[in-house]
Unconditional design. Sequence first.
Lengths: 505, 306
Amino acid sequence: MRFARLAALLTLAVLAAAAPVAAQDTLVIGQGADIITLDPTQATQIHNLNLFYNVFDALVTWDPKDLGKIVPELALSWRSVNPTTWQFKLRQNVKFHNGEPFNAEAVKFTVERLITKGVHQVYGGFSTIDHVEVVDPYTVNVVTTKPDPILVKRFAGYGGQMLPPQYIKQVDWKAFAQKPVGTGPYRFVEWVKDDRVVLEANPDSWRPAPKIKKVIWKPIPDTFARVAALTRGEAQLITKVIPDHVAQIEKAGCCRVEHTLTNLVTVYLINAKTGPLANTKVRQALNYAVDKDKIIKELYSGYAIPIGSGIPNTDFGYNPAIKPYPYDPARAKKLLAEAGYAGGVDVDIQSGNGIHLNDKQLTEAIGLMFQAVGVRAKVGVLEPAQRGQLLRSNTFPGLLLADPASTTYDTDGVLWRLRGPGGIVHSIWPGNAEGTRFYQLMEEARYSLDSAKRLKNYHEAAQIYHDEAVELFLFQGELIDAARKELVYKARGDQRILVYDISFR
Amino acid sequence: MREYLVSKLAHTAIVVLCVLTLVFVVLHLTGDPVMMMLPSNASQEEIQALTVALGLDQPLPVQYARFLGRIARGDLGVSLQHQQSAMGLVLERLPASMLLALTALAISIVIAVPLGLVAAARRGTAIDHVAVGLAALGQSAPIFWTGLMLMLVFAVTLKLLPTTGYGTWRQLVMPALTLAAYPTAAIARLVRAGMLEVLEADYVRTARAKGLQERRVILKHALKNAALPVVTLIGLQFGLLLGGAIVCEMIFAWPGVGRLLIFAINNRDFPLVEAAVFVIAMVFVVANLLVDLCYGWLDPRINVRS
C-alpha cells in the first residue's frame, strides 16, 4: 500500500515536472484547422490568411480603429492619375526575409501573378486590373480596364500580399508555398503538418521590433479541446469559440473572451426563379415569420445583431434607415393569403452541418417558425462540397444558408460580386437582370469614382433589396476569440490576428 | 509460399482497384472541388477557369481513363488543395497514425486477453460479470465521449496530461486509451467466448484428467486453440484503428491519416482521398497477410502453401 502511494506520488511528480512552461515572449495560438499553403494566392480561409498577414505585407491595410478605411503599409501614398490609373508610391529600404529588396518590380511581379486566371484562388479580387507599369524603382501605376473606385482597397484584402520575385524564380511556386519569404514582421521557421507552424520575429523588419519573439500556430479542430488548451495554458489565444463555451471560459478565471462584430452577414439565399418563391409577398412573409431576436439570444447567446438587408453596417453603402423585418407571424399569414397560399405552401430550406456556426440548429429552428405561419418547411442538411455544387449551378431548391462578406468592406463585394453579371448566384432572382433599376444602380456604382453618387446608389439599391425580400435576412455575426488574461489582445472585426500588435502584460 | 503470396497480391490489386474506382465515382458525382477551393464569392468565370485548369471539365469517362493511366504509372497525383504530391501528404502522416494504432492495439491486447481469460475461467462469478460489463461499456461508448471525458478528467481537472498535440509520450496516452476502448472490449469478449468453447472440449477434459494444474490447462492447452479467431479480429482491428481514428484524431489534434482523409473528402480533393484510401487498403491487406501467416503457426493443420 505504501509502495503504491509512493509510486503514485512519483508519477505525479514526473508528470508535473514535464509540463511545458511557455516563455513570455512566445505566443501559442490555437486555430480550428491547419493551413494548406503559405502561398498567399492559394488560400482564402481566415485561419490560413492569418499566417499571410504576419509573414507578408500588402501595399495598404485596414485601419484597426475604422475598418474599411485604408492606411499605408508598403505603399506610402496613392492617387488616381486618371479614371483608369492608380499610382502608388512605395516605402523604401524594405527587404524580404531572404535579403531581396522590395521595389516596383516586386509589385509588378505580384500583380501579374494576381491577374493570371486559373492558376490560383484570388483572381476574382483583382479581375479589373489590366496591367502594371513601373514608373521608377519606387513608383508603380496600376491600370484598370474600366474605372475602379475600390482598386486600392482590393490590395488590403486577401491576395494583396507582396511576393519576392527573385526568390520565387529561384525556388519555384511549390517550394515557395512550403517555405515562404515576405517582408512582414515575422519570418517562417517551420511547418509540421497538422501539428504546428512556427514563426519568429524578423530582425530586419522596417517596423520597430515586436514584443512577441516567437509564434506557434496550432491547429486544434475540436472546440472543447481548444478551450481546454487555453485554460490549461498550452495556448494563450484561441479562435472560433462557440457561444456555449463562453461561460466555461469566464468561470475558469485565467482567461477572457474577446468578441467583436464582423462584416459577415448570415442570410438564406432564396431561389426566386420559379414557383411560390418568385412571389415577393411569399418572400416577405418568410422574413416576417422568423423571430430573429429569439434566434440570436437562444442559438448565438446574443453575439449578433439583426439585419434588414444583405449589407453589414461595416461596409461602404450601408443604409442605416433600413430596419430589420419585425417578427410578425400574423402579417406573414396575411401576406401568404394575399399571395394565394392561404392553405399553406411547401418550401425547402437547407444548410450545411458544421459549415457555419450552429447551422443545422438554425435551419431546424427556422423550419419550426415557418410551420407556425403555414409554411411547410422541408429541412435538409448538405455536405460542404454538395452545397458548393448546388450554389454554383444556381439550382438549389428554396432557401440555402450562406454568409457572404465583402473583402473590400464595400456593398459591391458583399452583394454585386455574388449577384452581378457572372456572379456565383447571378440567376436566382430576376430582379438583378440587365434593364432593372437595381442592375442600373449597382453597375453605375461599380464603375464610378464619385463616392457621393456611389453611396446614394447603394442606399437606394439596399432599399429595393429589403422591400423585395430578396433573401431571408437574419443577422450580422460577431467573432468570438478567447485569450489568457495576461495577454494584451483585442479581437479585430476583419478577423485578422496580427501578432505584431499583441503583447504580454 | 511464393505462389501463395503472388496470388494474394493479385487478389489485393484487384480489390484495391475496385475500391479506388468506387471512391472515384462516388466523389466525382457528389461534389465540386473547385467550389471548395475558391472563396465563396468567386465569379462563374473564375470557377470555370479553375475547372478547366484542373481538367474537371472533361467527361467522367475521360477523367477516369486519365486516372487509370496515372495509377498504372504508380502516380496518385497532386492534392488539389495542398498542391503537393497526394501520396507524400499521406506518407507524411502515416508514422503518427501507425504509432497511435499500434499503441492502442498493444493496450487492447494487454488488457483484453487476461480479462477474457479470467472471465472465462471464472465464469458466472463477480469477476466475469464485471468483465462482461466493462466490455459492453467499451464497445458502446462513442469515441468522442470517451475522448472528451478523458480530456476533462486527466487534462482539465487533474492537469496530469497535455490536452492535445503530438510528439511526446504524454500526448499519446489519452488518444491511445480512447482508441483502445473498442478493440479492448471486442477482443476480451472474443477471448472469453472462445475460451468457454474450448474449455468444454475433450482434450481439455483429458488434460485435466491427467492432473495438470488449471493454470497450465488454460494457458498451454486452451488458449492457443482459442486464439485463432482472436488473431483474425486483431488483424482486422488494426486496419480499422489506422483508418478509423478520425474522431480521435480530431479531438486530440493528432496529425494522422484519418484527419487528412476527412479533410480530403469534405473538400472533394480526389487525388488525396485516393492516396489515403490506397494506403489504408494496403495496410489492411498487409495486416491480413500477417494474420494468415500466423494461422499456420497457431494451427499446423492450416497450410498457407496450398
